[in-house]
Ligand binder design. Structure first.
Ligand code: ADP
Length: 421
């Protein structure tokens, strides 16, 4: 293993893993910290996915250190702390506290911080984070329910979260290329800065930053800045050329889609699927019982498995979601549907389904947990940020595609299976 990464949430981990595969590293995403003796997978990079973004800071730190400890033992040569490209955090953390702990544990003294991801319209200029053409604090992120971002000046934001000091590698330095960036970072480290926010507004900048960080023990940022890291390993003769770093064992068996996302993109994908595939709608308003919903869906699917992929969806427009939430309460409504879909996933796998698409971040979490999946080998992308994966630990072998709500084009549920063909 060359690169060991720690991600502060599940879909962010997949995003990073996909970026590494695209750039030539065979990558496995591990769900949670592996137990001490667990051997490393046969991969160039491992991304440990935590759920630490909004956890209490002390817990985020201890889980991140446990992940670091395992990755070190497993032989990783360089470490990456992945957070959101909108720098999602609170006044107290958790980006600062976790980065502080990792810098100290690695005795690194310094780490760059770069959430920029120009392909997704996140850029950093003079230390300020932009979403498209608006500053972070005017992008809607200032209203985020858990991590409201009310300041776009990342030097200031990170300074509030650390007892170290934060410098800046500005645009003009970054534009001058890897050598200049490297010198600027070394100078900041020598001045006693623990971090540098590094500007980047296009992929060329990210590649140069990656090259400049070849010798760094720890890099922190969004998945964008990881783009340049595989080339460092190749240049050092450590990373073999893989013909297809995202090659997955193919699996025959029935195919299915489970959708618990009510995001606009997913609603469009379910509507499109209705015109092409058999679709079963879970009606939790009429039957507010997870077991009964699961039984009905599995009975419906029974004689359809083996034909075109079956789609089972709880996805509903905002008025129906509100009606169920009013009846049961917000958390209970979400939990009811997550449990129903997790039971359906279990039932489908027991009925030999081997290719499964799940739509919805929380929904994916519930399904993966129920199936006992421990790790995901990352394969080809269906749409940006959503790869097929080979799931291990679930008893039966399984190809899984976990789609966060707003990802994917309208024909995603059809094309997902064409990518495998
Ligand atoms: P996304 O990635 O789009 O945010 P999630 O799976 O994270 O999707 O969240 C969607 C939430 O909505 C889940 O908790 C799910 O159980 C819940 N949900 C799905 N369908 C309905 C519905 N018809 N009524 C109420 N809640 C629903």
């Amino acid at each position: 293993m060359l690169l060991g990464a720690i991600a502060d949430d599940f879909t962010g981990a997949t995003d990073l893993a996909s970026m590494l595969v695209r750039n030539g590293m065979r990558t496995v995403q591990r769900i949670g910290v592996p137990p001490a003796g667990e051997p490393p997978p046969d991969a160039d990079a491992v991304v440990v996915a935590l759920k630490s973004r909004t956890a209490p800071a002390a817990q985020a730190v201890s889980e991140s250190l446990a992940a670091l400890h395992w990755l070190r033992k497993a032989g990783a040569r360089q470490f990456f702390f992945k957070y959101c490209s909108t720098f999602d955090s609170t006044e107290k953390g958790n980006i600062g506290p976790v980065a502080d702990a990792l810098v100290a544990a690695l005795d690194a003294g310094f780490a760059l911080a770069c959430p920029a991801f120009p392909a997704n319209a996140r850029s950093v200029f003079q230390g300020h984070l932009f979403v498209g053409s608006t500053l972070l604090n005017e992008s809607g992120m200032e209203h985020h329910p858990l991590t409201p971002m009310t300041d776009a000046n990342l030097v200031r934001v990170l300074s509030h979260q650390t007892d170290g000091t934060v410098g800046l590698v500005p645009y003009a330095t970054v534009a001058a290329g890897a050598g200049t960036i490297r010198k600027a970072m070394t100078a900041l480290k020598e001045q006693g800065r623990r971090y540098a926010i590094v500007d980047a507004v296009d992929d060329g900048h990210l590649l140069a930053i990656g090259e400049a960080a070849a010798g760094h023990a720890l890099i922190t940022g969004g998945s964008g800045v990881a783009m340049g890291l595989p080339e460092n390993f190749r240049r050092a003769g450590l990373l073999a050329q893989h013909r297809d770093p995202g090659a997955l064992t193919s699996l025959d068996g029935p195919a299915a889609v489970l959708s618990g996302s009510c995001s606009r993109a997913t609603l469009g994908q379910v509507a499109f699927a209705r015109e092409h595939l058999p679709v079963f709608a879970l009606d939790a308003l009429r039957v507010p019982d997870a077991a009964a919903l699961a039984d009905a869906a599995l009975a419906w699917a029974a004689d359809k498995l083996g034909g075109p992929p079956v789609v089972i969806a709880a996805s509903a427009p905002p008025d129906q979601v509100a009606a169920l939430q009013q009846r049961l309460g917000r958390d209970a409504a979400g939990a009811l549907i997550e449990q129903a879909l997790a039971s359906i996933a279990e039932g489908l796998v027991a009925r030999r389904v081997r290719r499964l698409v799940v739509a919805g971040g929380e929904t994916s979490g519930a399904v993966v947990q129920r199936l006992g999946v421990r790790s995901l080998r990352i394969g080809a992308e269906i749409d940006p940020g959503v790869p097929w994966t080979y799931a291990e630990g679930s008893g039966a072998p399984l190809l899984l595609a976990l789609k966060s709500g707003n990802f994917g084009a309208r024909d995603f549920f059809l094309r997902a299976f064409e990518v495998l063909a």
